[in-house]
Design a protein around this ligand. Sequence first.
Ligand code: 23J
Ligand code: MN
Length: 258
Amino acid sequence: MTVLTQLIDELNAGRLRVVDLSHSLGPDTPVIGLPPIFGASPGVSIDVISRYCDQGPAWYWNVIHMGEHTGTHFDAPIHWISGKDLPENATDTIPPRRFVGPACVIDVTADVQRNNDYLLMPEHVAAWEATHGRIPAGAWVLLRTGWSTRTDAASFLNVHADGPHSPGFHATTSMLLAKDRDVLGVGVETVGTDAGQAGTFDPPFPNHGIMHGAGKFGLASLRNLDQLPATGAIVIAAPLKIANGSGSPLRVLAIAPA
Ligand code: 23J
Ligand code: MN
């Protein structure tokens, strides 16, 4: 018996389960809207090449078209200017070992219900660690907010006259996680790893700047975080091997105790 045969035995026996942390990807997938002075990410389009028809009598396949940062997706360090010169910073050069790590799930659902602009602070991490133990190096830190239950695009993006409102990380927390805890990266249920209002922060989009400047990753638009324990699950998040890619849609899988 090896740990790998034991893994399969535990999955077969239902003592471990695979939890899908991804949304379905299609034309209805919401995409981030940046101020119009910046380039825009298109929505998803899927066009049939053939479907058991004259163009392909026995086969069905599609052409897909979308931005790299669409739906449930991975942010590589090269996505941000702070990570642009780091080694192994793109989807095709990150060592695959770094796609796998233990999950630390921080549940702030109640705080976010009170305040859609909630930012995770270092003292919240300290309180979580007092209960669950120190976040180990090489962990995925997943911010459970309940945001993935917002299934219509308008409430998911939550754009008001003064811009989008959704939770995220305070810059000091991003520093703590990236530098002191040496995480793989952070994952969120929202459209991006920065808070909705982060374009107005000084500096703008601090989580992107700090995480990617430290060679860390992001996972956006996760779901089913309520099916994970605070500790004890592992996450596998491997982006498409796009040459020089800044990120990609992906299937994020967790393996968790049943
Ligand atoms: C570009 C600019 C700002 C942001 C983003 C992309 C993302 O959220 C992303 O998908 O990485 S905030
Ligand atoms: Mn992204």
